[in-house]
Write a protein that binds this ligand. Sequence first.
Ligand code: CS2
Ligand code: MG
Length: 454
Amino acid sequence: MATRSHDSGRRNFFKLTGAAALGALGASPPLRGGQAVAKSSRGLPPLKITDVRVIVTSPGRNYVLVKILTSEPGLYGVGDATLNGRELAVATALEKHIAPLLIGRDPDQIEDTWQYLYRGSYWRGGPVQVTAVAGVDLALWDIKGKRAGMPLYQLLGGRTRVGALAYTHASGRDFVEVEDAVRRGMERGFKCVRAQVAIPGLEGTYGTSARRKSEETAGRVDQQGELPETEIFEPSPYLRIVPKLFEHLRAKLGDEVELLHDTHEKLAPIQAARLARELEPYHLFFLEDLLRPEHKESFRLIRQHSTTPLAMGELFNSIWDCVPLITEQLIDYIRCGVSHIGGVTAARKVAALAEAFQVKTAWHGAADLGPPVHAAHVALDISIPNFGVQEMVFFPEVTREVIPGGPTFKDGTMDVSDAAGLGTDVNEELAKKYPYRRSYLPTARRQDGAVQDW
Ligand code: CS2
Ligand code: MG
């Protein structure tokens, strides 16, 4: 019975390779005769995750940060896992469900950890789980960069450009206010400006704050109420006013400045097709989030009627959400937020998929994504071939004190330093001074009371 001895030999082989595989993947193999398989890369000692701290703080607005500590004294990584209006759901997922899985793991095994957390949870996907995984992923890339003594963009393949073209926000209660705000953005060096105008007669319009001048709100998601404010939206007045806004801006500002607009998921497919076509004469850089994320197939209808460049994706939570729009080239810019798509590990795959279909990146860079995410955005932007444009915000001083570091802005472009890792950090002591405050994004309804996407 040769096979049997062979069988026992084969069984031993699989047992041995299994243990070795486990060892290699950061989960410490059962000790055999007291000898664990020591693993080192480039002579670096094996590393273990020793602690995971979830920091919920509110310097200016709520943020959730993940600090991963390792067995190497002083070596830690910081990631951001902020999900506006659902911060504590993500923090709890991290503290109660994910952190216990990380202790003892090898932080070097970023891809395996991503797969383990995403697929290993069986119930996969969705903004809460994916944002939690992204927070861990960002912290692990931060650690790997510090370990390698390299900034993230170098780990991702080095520079493909000197800086990332950035855009800012301009908004106003009327055309003149928006025009002035765009001019202020241009005076600050921006070559690309997103323009939003209030809809007369309607209570609150996305991207426009009745109370403040636009750049004070630039990127800032107004510190929202303890309970959601309700805005009223009607598509007809919106569809009438937006083309007129861009007609006014082109007449006053000329064609040099690149203009963008965010419809914020508010229209039905044929309304979106009409708006995209009526904006054609004003050559927008892109028109963003025309439809709800559930209506991806309806982008075909918009493409049939218009050549206005389209951007979509900040509500996507996985590369699989992006596949149909990218592979059918139904959009020109993919707009995921790195912390909402699953971190650097997921975002670089989205960028690679997009490259193959001539789709560019325009990562979602609003103020409710923390500085570590913005640092990751720019590291990707300056190291991929298919970068399009980067949304940016100026974080208030209080935020930068608690979460120091992050991209810089000069002459219309963003860049990151050569600090190892993400180049951002968290001041845990200072963070305690700004306790979490429950706050909700606004909601929206039609005039007849029906729920409308905000
Ligand atoms: C917006 C965001 O910047 C954008 O493109 O869509 O400001 C968005 O409204 C917020 O991030 C929602 O939390
Ligand atoms: Mg948007």
